[in-house]
Design a protein around this ligand. Structure first.
Ligand code: TXA
Ligand code: MG
Length: 316
């Protein structure tokens, strides 16, 4: 199913009609979202979903997020709750994914959910993603468009370098604004649970809910399916909480300091989030180990530190 030639739909006005037609035909299309580039396939077509897992080399026990054009579309696939309504009204479209029990007759391929009874859904804010989803007029399964375990893509060039030749098309619409994957909140249990920190700060979600989010038990395969410890990995070793580079290392800084690349010289976590994956891609291309300065753990810092810890984790 994967084609040898990847069409790049880019620059001025990407041909979203063509991209939507490819998706409806069961082909894979990478598209920009405000978080990271997604590797899209029609969530109702098992063969398209299987092709996503194959293209990424992703273990098939790791479920995917279904992307929808609107809250109304999302409600058709899951058992909606008051808390889902509250969070969707507050943060959709945007970098938030909700996990809810599937509804009967949902039509989503069981490969998307890896056989779970719940579905992760998100309504992205990126205008190109929104127009594409409206044209497809159906749920699009989309993991981040990188080979499994590697650094997530925030530009079309990252997607092409990692997966080009395995996709029918890549929609190039410049760098992603947020730069970190969506925050995932589980609403299928008794208490809302933070399943993955991401591009929407947990504090904002807690303020909207008026209650704290339960923290995920990392040993629980059901609440955290496929959240593998080693992920986002550059080729060379990553060392965290470094105050300066050791000989041979490249320094990824935060705040005013001497370094090779700085996540944010002014100490902005929003800027650091937007720069994180792009800077890791750039340093990785130089083929030397990377030392990373400490990043504060509040707001978007929680997700930045989550990604950095996985990038630094021992690999199998
Ligand atoms: O920002 C994002 O979320 C990006 C863009 C493309 O939308 N997508 C993304 O997808 O990050 P992916 O596949 O890289 O991460 C999806 C995460 C995985 O950690 C998976 O385990 C979790 O969502 N997930 C999916 N379905 C789930 C479910 N039913 N219950 C719990 N976690 C689920
Ligand atoms: Mg990913």
């Amino acid at each position: 199913m994967s084609s040898k030639h990847t069409i790049i739909l880019g620059s001025e006005q990407p041909d979203l009609q063509q991209a939507a037609a490819l998706l409806r035909a069961g082909k894979l299309v990478a598209f920009p979202t405000e978080t990271v580039y997604g590797l899209g396939g029609d969530a109702r077509q098992g063969q398209a979903v299987a092709a996503i897992f194959e293209a990424k080399g992703r273990p098939n026990f790791n479920p995917l997020i279904a992307h929808m054009a609107s809250i109304e579309a999302a409600r058709r696939y899951v058992q909606w709750t008051d808390q889902a309504e509250l969070l969707a009204k507050a943060f959709w479209p945007g970098p938030l994914t909700l996990v809810l029990p599937l509804r009967d007759g949902h039509g989503i391929s069981p490969l998307v959910t890896a056989g779970l009874e719940t579905l992760a859904i998100r309504v992205p804010a990126h205008p190109t993603a929104r127009r594409l989803l409206a044209l497809v007029d159906g749920p699009v399964a989309a993991p981040s468009a990188n080979p499994s375990g590697r650094i997530s893509p925030t530009t079309a060039a990252h997607v092409e370098a990692g997966l080009g030749g395995r996709l029918a098309a890549i929609i190039d619409d410049g760098p992603c604004g947020v730069g970190l994957e969506s925050t995932i909140v589980g609403l299928a249990g008794p208490h809302p649970m933070l399943l993955r920190p991401g591009g929407l700060a947990a504090e904002e979600i807690e303020a909207a809910l008026g209650q704290p989010l339960q923290q995920r038990d990392t040993n629980d395969a059901l609440t955290a399916p496929g959240q593998l410890l080693s992920h986002y990995a550059p080729n060379e070793r990553v060392r965290l909480n470094a105050t300066q580079a050791e000989p041979g290392e490249l320094m990824l800084g935060f705040g005013a300091m001497a370094c090779d690349l700085n996540l944010s010289a002014s100490g902005s976590l929003i800027e650091a989030a937007a720069n994180l994956f792009g800077h890791l891609h750039q340093l990785d291309a130089l083929g030397r180990p990377i030392a990373v300065a400490p990043v504060p753990n509040h707001g978007l810092g929680q997700a930045i530190n989550d990604r950095l810890q996985r990038a630094a984790a021992p690999r199998d």
